[in-house]
Design a protein around this ligand. Structure first.
Ligand code: PGA
Length: 259
């Protein structure tokens, strides 16, 4: 499976900063080693920078993602952006169910599933985020919490394009904290996610890419990606600087990665 590296800028970067980043990143990508060229790199800017960033990426191998999407198709939903609008400006992926949306905007699994469905219906690939809190982990409930979240956040069976979705496992306690799940801890959760995806989606579930996210940086990325069921990473803080992000994908040695 091709390694997928996603930069989630969250609420950072104005247009000038976004443009400078893409210019720097493209230069790094061109100069990168074999690892750079065997990975799929996706950038998720804030809404205001989506369209210009998409234009700057045109003709490059780098892809565009939205950080969120409306659960509705169209209509009187002030402040929301539909999946169709995202498709219109060249987005290929969309994040749904990020823990900052689940906690900060009180998004339920049902809403996340509707958002994922809207993305699929408009030809975008949802990146469905799931993860346990520190409390869940300490009380031994990680597997139960993550699996319930995953099952209830998937678009309904039969949704066209459902087989292309990506899952991101992001333990809430590791996001933006500098704490990272150990590669073994992450692998253990990825393995149960894999089993669940196979149960829910059959053959397609065997091919679904499962990303890890939570304080990924150039120092820990190789050991994280060395695990069997980890097919990429979702990077927040370390994706804001082009050189640091470039180190995450640009110098990965493809021989180090599982096939
Ligand atoms: P972080 O964020 O890399 O800053 O921990 C990851 C994420 O929230 O997707």
């Amino acid at each position: 499976m091709r390694t997928l590296i996603v930069a989630n800028w969250k609420m950072n970067k104005n247009l000038a900063e976004a443009s400078q980043f893409i210019q720097d990143l493209l230069a790094i990508w061109k100069a990168g080693g074999p690892g750079a060229h065997s990975t799929e790199v996706v950038i998720a800017p804030p809404y205001t920078a989506l369209s210009p960033t998409g234009e700057a990426l045109t003709g490059s191998p780098l892809r565009l993602a939205a950080q969120d999407v409306s659960a509705h198709k169209e209509g009187a939903f002030t402040g929301e952006v539909s999946a169709g609008m995202l498709a219109d400006i060249g987005c290929e992926y969309g994040l749904v169910g990020h823990s900052e949306r689940r906690s900060g905007a009180f998004e339920s699994n049902a809403i996340v599933a509707q958002k994922a469905e809207q993305l699929c219906l408009n030809g975008l690939k949802p990146i469905v985020c799931v993860g346990e809190t520190l409390g869940d982990r300490e009380s031994g409930d990680t597997a139960e919490v993550v699996l319930e979240m995953l099952r209830s956040s998937l678009p309904p069976p039969g949704t066209p394009g459902r087989d292309k979705l990506v899952v991101a496992y992001e333990p809430v306690w590791a996001i933006g904290t500098g704490l990272t799940a150990s590669p073994e801890q992450a692998q253990a959760v990825h393995a149960i996610i894999r089993d669940c995806l196979e149960e829910e989606m059959g053959e397609a579930g065997k091919r679904t890419r499962i990303l890890y996210g939570g304080s990924v940086n150039p120092q820990n990325v190789k050991s994280i990606l060395s695990q069997n069921d980890i097919h990429g990473v979702l990077v927040g803080g370390a994706s804001l600087d082009a050189i640091e992000f470039g180190r995450i994908f640009g110098y990965l040695d493809s021989e180090d990665l599982p096939s």
